[in-house]
Ligand binder design. Structure first.
Ligand code: AMP
Length: 121
C-alpha cells in the first residue's frame, strides 16, 4: 500500500503532538479535533483499512485498544468515559488509508455518532 501522511508522522517528517509511542504504535492528537480530547492511535505497520487486517495482525489491533485505554487512564478520563471509532472506506468516512483508532472524550458524546453526508458529485 502507498505511504500516507501517517508514515511521515511516524518518521518525524511531519510534526504531530505525540501522546504515546512504543515499538508497535503511535498516538497523537488529531489536527481537527471533534471533541475536547481527540487523539489517534495508529500501528506503525502500514494497514490501509479494516478490510486489510490479517489474522496475524490480531494482537497488533488489540494493542491499539490497550494503548487507547492506557492513555485514557493517564489523561484522567477513563472513568468518565470515551469513545473509540475506526472508520472504513468512503461510506465510513475514512480519509487517511492507514488504520487509526479515534479516541474522543471530554464531554458527553451524542449517539448515533454520525450525521448524513451528502454524496460527492
Ligand atoms: P479518518 O477520516 O477516519 O480517516 O480520520 C483521519 C483523521 O486524521 C482526521 O480526523 C484528521 O483530522 C486527522 N489528521 C489529518 N492530518 C493530520 C495531521 N497532520 N495530524 C494529526 N491528525 C491529522
Amino acid at each position: 500500500m502507498a505511504e500516507t501522511l501517517f508514515d511521515k508522522i511516524i518518521n518525524r517528517e511531519i510534526q504531530a503532538d505525540i501522546v504515546y509511542e512504543d515499538d508497535q504504535c503511535l498516538a497523537f492528537k488529531d489536527i481537527n479535533p471533534q471533541a475536547p480530547v481527540h487523539f489517534l492511535v495508529i500501528p506503525k505497520k502500514r494497514i490501509a483499512t479494516i478490510n486489510d487486517i490479517e489474522p496475524e495482525d490480531r494482537e497488533l489491533v488489540g494493542h491499539l485498544f490497550l494503548v487507547a485505554a492506557k492513555v485514557a487512564q493517564e489523561m484522567g478520563f477513563s472513568e468518565k468515559g470515551y469513545r473509540t471509532v475506526m472508520n472504513c472506506n468512503d461510506d465510513g468516512g475514512q480519509s487517511v488509508y492507514h488504520i487509526h483508532l479515534h479516541v474522543l472524550a471530554g464531554k458527553p458524546l451524542g449517539w448515533p455518532p454520525y450525521t448524513d453526508r451528502p454524496k460527492q458529485v
